[in-house]
Design a protein. Structure first.
Lengths: 348, 348, 348
């Protein structure tokens, strides 16, 4: 029996400079917005109400940038990370054009780095992934690195160390949606009186609320993104894994934490860039997620402000005391996500 | 660290006559209709099929009035009931204009009553909440009272007892959607031959079917309504609560019971008013819900009939024998919902 | 108390030649497509992306034919199978016109066979069900037979044995959507390089991936189809049943298996006919589903190819060794679904 199934690429299958066209373009619609709200509890007004978005100069409510990120990311999984050992991180993520209901997303990745690990059994693949809409317009670009198994430990590989990703997207590289105008911004409808000027670098915000995650919820979300990573779906196979159970896709964690962050950052609505993200501990169904944020930088972009924010998600304990790292620089075991991004926020 | 998070209002924070503009307007779409069906199993034809609605004189299938109610209600939670001890009830609910996919809902409440409890630790807040569409048209208005904690038991409060809500919305105050015309109503497609004339005051109907509720389901629904009450989502915090687990939002119970009521009331499709509703026992994930109805009144509105219906939801036992109250007037422990509403129904 | 609830039809209630107009027409929308993806993980490009469908000559992404099947089937449940003992199978299923978002589906069945079982307590009802869109156009037709309880074992019945369904839909009876044109088909975006010519009759394909099913997931799906069969929803009543728990609706199994089949059959996207389907063992929440396919026939339809495929879903074990039947012709206990269908696939 020949097989036409895709077993996924192993480390030795990747070539430096290789371009990978990922499968299954997807038309995102109002239904994705509703499902995103149902799955995360997001309350950011710009993505919830056409009238609010129109009052901000946009044609209607765009698709939440994180949903765009997860959708594009999901497409890459069958080609990049089906045989991944660990999702090491991402960086240089920029949202370059807004995505509206009816737009169709597809994704292309380029292999920009290959580094075999000293054990000979795994290697780190670095890719730049570009997400496009149906007009071929680039809507999202980011760099990701992931540790992938070798099929054959003896297979030769040509290492091609990646260009080190920049630690932060420079503010001149931040792109605002065409038409965005916060001059008539309605702070009451948005849910917070706090404008750009009210946030101080170094300020930490406890987002208070907690959210317990169920298996059905993270599976629904991860399937919505057409992400096929087995660790999220196959409880039988996961019984043999290190954790003995299904893992929650890191993108679900990001979106849940970002939804919790509404309580304190309601006006920092519009994610412009992902400077970096690391999933530092696993999240499982039954865990309760809390979140806190720190203002890392504040840049005046002219008509709007931009906050650089660290979003930290913790599990099974409150975030009131901002758990993060110990003196040795090791993450607290409760921390599951360390996420660094830029968001636009109205000025007063 | 300053906090920009919203801890919710405590009893002493409310002022009589205070107007509260609630956050996060929401554009409801066809996706809400589909999710409402997926979450409740609703089969009322008017809200399921554009062609059926058009045959009833409407431009297309409206959004289910209960979904409008939950959406508007959800907006009020962060301001009104984040520190609630108990959701005591609502009344004088009227659906004043139909909501169609694409409409954007927002909500404003006025504090119309404040009464501190004798223990000094809590008080009852009464609000009138109005829901509007993007044109500022009033689509829903209702009164709600809720018991809220005081932050400081010693804080002075100015009581302002509420106007006692009317026990029932008078039929002249019922508003039919513009264009509604049941003259060509298709009883076969609607799923029942029973018209207005077939229902007798005092008649009780067992809705037969049962529905077991899962954590993921009620969380999805409650997040879809952007309702943030912690008791529904935070299993960790709820471990310390009276019940030791998450509570299901009462609106989920109403919608599930109303979906079950299709079996016996398929033509009493169009909810016009909520006379009153009380959640008399908690519902938890794993519980199985059944429902029965009683015809409390029947009024001929001219072109259509209106039934005043009591909808009773019970848990973990059949509703065949109409469990309700004992001789002392106490609810049977199986009863979770006592809901009183008006619905339009075609005449023969 | 009179009852207006529908207890469902019993075997003696059916008459040969009887036409049954089923309730609750439903407008299917983009939200159904999104929910179908979230519930099954389907990645077939034709149903995921308007741009891909337009590149195949269609006006936009149609509704997945299986979703059409489940929606039409769901409407028949309250009339046909509420008192079913067993869903024995279906055949002669043909998709006759594509369904697009905004179309409204309704269903009519005709009783074409009645055969009481020798025990006198049950009988087999055979119906032909036709699904229509809002223009009265036939979009789907299939034959189904189901074992139904008698209300009264002594009630007389007039047997009317059914015409034996054809074992396979003949290729001249396969209907392609108007406009379908695979001449510019994008194999990379579709996710597989394998065209019609690459598949050999007798070839078996292991679809590799597994999917664990949760109660909330199958309940959401089955309610989305407005299927009311109690065995899927009422855990309390099911405690008294043979299995002691809720059963997963067979249509959920079909859609999950078909979504898994993407991995190996990504281009056999367009289901044209259901030759037959049998649910040979029950599936429960917590079970993990795997799938394999066998190419039963390959027919050149001119501009496109058609593959006749057997889709076998197995539970709680891998499908790598193609579990099916033993030498006595009995299904392996792991097999839950034996499904036989035609799908269109592009030629090279």
């Amino acid at each position: 029996m020949t097989t036409k199934s895709n077993p996924g690429n192993f480390f030795e299958d990747f070539k430096h400079g290789q371009q990978i066209v990922h499968a299954t373009p997807r038309t995102v619609t109002e239904a994705d917005t509703a499902l995103n709200i149902a799955l995360t509890g997001s309350r950011y007004a710009l993505f919830s109400a056409d009238s609010f978005a129109q009052n901000c100069g946009l044609p209607g409510a765009p698709i939440d940038p994180l949903l765009v990120f997860h959708t594009v990311f999901g497409k890459t999984v069958p080609d990049i990370s089906l045989n991944a050992v660990a999702n090491l991180g991402y960086a240089e993520g920029r949202f370059l054009a807004p995505v509206y209901p009816g737009d169709t997303l597809n994704a292309i990745s380029e292999v920009i780095g290959l580094k075999q690990n000293s054990n000979g059994k795994t290697g780190v693949v670095t890719v730049r992934t570009d997400g496009f809409n149906q007009d071929g317009e680039l809507v999202l670009s980011y760099v990701r690195w992931v540790m992938v198994n070798k099929r054959d430990a003896n297979a030769p590989v040509a290492d091609a160390p990646p260009i080190t990703p920049k630690p932060v997207v420079a503010t001149p590289d931040l792109v605002l949606p065409p038409g965005l105008d916060f001059s008539g911004y309605d702070f009451a409808l948005a849910g917070s009186p706090h404008a750009f000027e009210d946030y101080a670098v170094g300020e930490k915000i406890d987002h208070v609320d907690g959210m317990t995650v169920e298996e059905a919820e993270h599976q629904l979300a991860t399937r919505l993104y057409q992400n096929t990573a087995k660790v999220h779906f196959d409880a039988l196979a996961q019984k043999e894994s290190r954790f003995g159970k299904r893992l929650i896709y890191g993108g679900v964690t990001i979106s849940l934490a970002r939804a919790l962050a509404f309580n304190g950052l309601a006006n920092a609505q519009l994610m412009l860039a992902i400077n970096g993200g690391r999933h530092v501990n696993p999240l499982f169904a039954g865990d309760t997620l809390y979140a806190w944020s720190e203002v890392l930088a504040a840049e005046d972009l002219g008509d709007v402000g931009a906050l650089r924010l660290r979003l930290v998600a913790v599990k099974n304990r409150s975030a009131t005391d901002f758990p993060f790292k110990n003196e040795a620089g090791e993450y607290d075991p409760s921390v599951v996500l360390d996420f660094d991004y830029w968001a636009a926020i109205p000025k007063r």
